[in-house]
Design a protein around this ligand. Sequence first.
Ligand SMILES: Cc1cc2nc3c(=O)[nH]c(=O)nc-3n(C[C@H](O)[C@H](O)[C@H](O)COP(=O)(O)OP(=O)(O)OC[C@H]3O[C@@H](n4cnc5c(N)ncnc54)[C@H](O)[C@@H]3O)c2cc1C
Length: 255
Amino acid sequence: MVDQDHIAQYTKIMLPVDEARHTPSGALAPASVEEIQRILAVCNKYKAPVWTISTGRNFGYGSAAPATRGQMVLDLKRMNRIIEVDADLGYALVEPGVTYKQLYDYIHERNLPLWLSMPLPSAIAGPVGNTLDRGVGYTPYGEHFLFSCGMEVVMANGDILRTGMGGIPNSNTWQVFKWGYGHYLDGIFTQSNYGVVTRLGFWLMPKPPVYKPFGVQFDAEADIEKVMEAVRPLRIANIIPSAVWVSHACGTSRW
Ligand SMILES: Cc1cc2nc3c(=O)[nH]c(=O)nc-3n(C[C@H](O)[C@H](O)[C@H](O)COP(=O)(O)OP(=O)(O)OC[C@H]3O[C@@H](n4cnc5c(N)ncnc54)[C@H](O)[C@@H]3O)c2cc1C
């Protein structure tokens, strides 16, 4: 896709900078690992830089647009299979185009005793892009990269790398034991351009019997330091096991 109508969806950056700085040269939406390998071979030949997105909902950080003008967007939304969900061991293995909504529906339709951890724009965003961007959710499993387990990555030369136990022939513990043998590599594929992640495994929390979020409202903005002093030891001691969200009435926030 190189015509303006198609490219438009990859140019809405929602950032206070000139959109022209992030206009891609084109976009390609492969449906398989083999197609990605063929695309990378051509991009290598013509030295065309590639920008990979999974569901492309990176709102606030450039959305689906590339970091620099002229990159070729590799949009993986068509690779959207939920490959496996294991309710006993509590993990999922998915392709990049899978959305949180898709996974939520899958779990609910089968009445699996599992819970998802999601970022705020959850339904239309997805676990692969969010995790590779080192995103966060609001359950005890909210540090998403920490709870990821096993990647499949297409390298720039077309080689396929499976991290952790994925590199062991006939392994059945790829999504269970992160560390495998030797070097741990997964981190270098987050917020980087070293490879195209085509599968990601991650752990899912057992569905709790009760869910009880709570909020504390304080009127004076100046009290935020005292609030932090009170909350920090509870968070560090894991008495509050999930993220603490501090939000201003006007909408600014942090976690
Ligand atoms: C109001 C608001 C609230 C938000 N709240 C949260 C929140 O609570 N938590 C949070 O984490 N984020 C939040 N975000 C930011 C963002 O919307 C989410 O992180 C969203 O999940 C990212 O979009 P995505 O999942 O579609 O990832 P994508 O846009 O698909 O990917 C994100 C980035 O990861 C890399 N990448 C993606 N796929 C691949 C791949 N297959 N191989 C290699 N690299 C890849 C690329 O650099 C890409 O730009 C918020 C944004 C807004 C505007």
